[in-house]
Each structure stands twice: as C-alpha cells, then as structure tokens.
Design a protein around this ligand. Sequence first.
Ligand SMILES: Cc1cc2nc3c(=O)[nH]c(=O)nc-3n(C[C@H](O)[C@H](O)[C@H](O)COP(=O)(O)O)c2cc1C
Length: 245
Amino acid sequence: MNKVMETMLSHRSVRKYTDEPVSNEMLESIVACGQAAATSSFIQAYSVVHVTDTDHRAQIAKAAGGQVWVNNAPVFLVLCADMLRINQCCVGQEMGELEGYAEHFMAATVDVGLAAQNMMLAAESLGLGCVFIGGIRNDPAVVRDLLELPKHVYPAFGLCLGWPDQDTEVKPRMPVDVVIHQGKYRADTVAEDVAGYDQVMSEYYGSRSGNQRVSNWSEQTAAAIQKKKREHMLAFLQEQGFLLR
Ligand SMILES: Cc1cc2nc3c(=O)[nH]c(=O)nc-3n(C[C@H](O)[C@H](O)[C@H](O)COP(=O)(O)O)c2cc1C
C-alpha cells in the first residue's frame, strides 16, 4: 500500500463544506490532473464548466432535485462530454461532420469519466472533499441552456468541491473476489454474491454514524435505479448530436 492507494481507499463523498474558498490555482491544478488521464485515441473529449454565476448555480441545484450541496459548495463544476473540437478537426480536414455514432458517445463518455475521477482523486489528495452530481441529468436542458452548451457537447455530471465540514465513514465496496472473474464470467453465483453483500451493507446502514437505516444494498439499488430512468435522456442526447446511429 502506498500514499496514492491509501487516498483512493479512503474516498467517501463529502456533501458539507466549510466557508473556506478553493483557490483558482488549486482548481487549475486539479483540472490539469484530470487532463492527464488516458483518453481514447487522444481525443480529450471533455470540457469543464466552472459555474460562477450564483443564480445559475441555484437553478442547477433546483434542477438536480434541490441538492443543497450544489448551492453551498465553494466550487461547482459541470463536467461535459465534448466532441465539438473533434468535429472541428473532422470538418477542418474535409472529412465531414460527426454523425452521432454510438461509439463516439461511448468514447466521449468514458473520457469525461476518467478525467473526472482523476480530478476527484487529485482534490482528495489535497484534503478537499467532493461529490459528483448525476442529478443534473434530471433536467439537462436547463443546464445546457444556462451554460450555453453547443451541439456535440452534453453535461454528463457535476462535481462539488470544498474543504470538508463532515467526517463520514468509507462505504464498504463488494468483496474483490465478487468483482474479479477468473478466466470466464461466473454468473451462477450472482444471487449468493448479492445476498452476501446485502448482509455487509445492512450492517453498515444500521451502524454508521449518521443517516442510519434498516436496509440493504439490493433494496437501495433497485429503488434508485428504477426511479432514475430519466426517459428524456435519449432525445436530449440526440438533440446534442449524440446516439443518432
Ligand atoms: C456519476 C455519479 C453521479 C452521482 N450523483 C450524485 C448526486 O447527484 N448526488 C449525490 O449526493 N451523490 C451523487 N453521487 C455519489 C454517490 O452517491 C456515491 O459515490 C456512492 O453512494 C458511493 O458513496 P461514496 O462516494 O461515499 O463512497 C454520484 C456518483 C457518481 C459516480
């Protein structure tokens, strides 16, 4: 175990921050660490919008289901999958506009995810606390319109950053041997794997310091996933020039 791995393994989302600001210099270093992530075919298909207007921030927090930490974090960023510059390359090279292939959506979405995780890790290594905000996809058109996101760009998720004003426990992940499959996929143990992890998470939910509840991973996951269908997403992504073929 080294310091980087220790930082990774002590990750927990932080949703409450002190009033201490995060300097622009620090923010730029964090974004530079995001940019250092590997990127499909070197396309670097992402942009980071630093939301500086308080009214925009309030409207985005509301669109994200009233998440107060979106309003209160010293820094709020919208992380976008961005194929606009790649489109420019293609047009400039007289190879035609992008046509919205699913593969390009995948590449840009993976790229923004990798950059985002590098940013979060860099921020956490500096002692900052962070949380991603997928809630912005509740109403992505609001985010697009406020931030004037053009075609070939979509808001994937937000990132709140600030100095932690809470100390929550690390949430136990699934056992490594549930996630690793040796040689071939092992589907026949899935029911027992989930049942075993339900037991672990039920103990965690019942004993953690805040927000204790009687529940398990299956219950929480099924409720969250079936609630967040966000049926508007396909049409929204198509409006932005993604997933057309
Ligand atoms: C893409 C993504 C979107 C997320 N969206 C939200 C969100 O909208 N609001 C929130 O409070 N947490 C959000 N989270 C944080 C997760 O709830 C959190 O990472 C998960 O419960 C595991 O907890 P931990 O990060 O403390 O280990 C998001 C995480 C990811 C990766």
